[in-house]
Design a protein around this ligand. Structure first.
Ligand SMILES: CC(C)(COP(=O)(O)OP(=O)(O)OC[C@H]1O[C@@H](n2cnc3c(N)ncnc32)[C@H](O)[C@@H]1OP(=O)(O)O)[C@@H](O)C(=O)NCCC(=O)NCCS
Length: 178
């Protein structure tokens, strides 16, 4: 059971939140391996060109940022989006990519990750776009979360990233209708 101290809020990210998001991302990266390679410009990494919207999860009592998610337009590098489009005979404009999901190690297991993914997926659906994502195979907690939320595994594939690193990605589509 959750008490009041566990209460979380999800709000649209503002420019004022970016520094706190970078601090949380640094904790996530130090504790695990997300992102696999620490970006040279972390604030820029959180605001990619294809960004449509981003949200933060806050501890309701302290107002502190504990998590983050983004919703982006798909690019040709987004494998799940490409696979879904090929299967549906659709183009990338009917898709939206959930990305940049992370929760502070100290705030895990309180439902922030689920709240953030649901918020991003709901925004995609409201725009009549299918929510999709690629997750690196080593992000096991994230994969478990997507499956628990009813996302469907489309495929597992390898991809070569800029810099030459080869990664194995699980490609997921949110359940339900776009
Ligand atoms: C994935 C992540 C966002 C989940 O955040 P969270 O706030 O702890 O998530 P929630 O509290 O909503 O849900 C936790 C669920 O995650 C899963 N989970 C959490 N830790 C896990 C672990 N070590 N192994 C397997 N599953 C795990 C479970 O399904 C759990 O479900 P439960 O509530 O039934 O136990 C967080 O672990 C994280 O930031 N990971 C690193 C960043 C990352 O991998 N991002 C994905 C990019 S695609």
């Amino acid at each position: 059971m959750r008490n009041d101290n566990d209460a979380l809020l999800v709000e649209e990210r503002t420019a004022d939140d970016l520094a706190a998001c970078v601090r949380v991302l640094a904790d996530v990266h130090a504790q695990g391996a997300y992102p696999l390679d620490w970006p040279g410009d972390p604030a820029g990494w959180l605001a990619p060109q294809a960004l449509d919207a981003a949200w933060v999860a806050r501890d309701a009592a302290s107002g502190e940022v504990v998590g983050h998610v983004a919703l982006c337009r798909a690019t040709p590098d987004d494998l799940a989006a490409a696979l879904w489009c090929a299967a549906e005979g659709a183009d990338l404009t009917r898709t939206a990519v959930v990305s940049r999901l992370f929760v502070s190690p100290a705030a895990r297991g309180r439902g922030a990750g689920a709240l953030l993914v649901r918020r991003a997926a709901a925004a995609a659906r409201a725009a009549h776009r299918q929510p999709l994502l690629d997750v690196v195979e080593s992000d096991v907690a994230a994969r478990a979360l997507y499956e628990r939320l009813g996302w469907r595994l489309l495929a597992t594939a390898r991809q070569v990233w800029d810099g030459g690193r080869t990664v194995t990605l699980h490609c997921f589509a949110a359940g339900g209708q776009p």
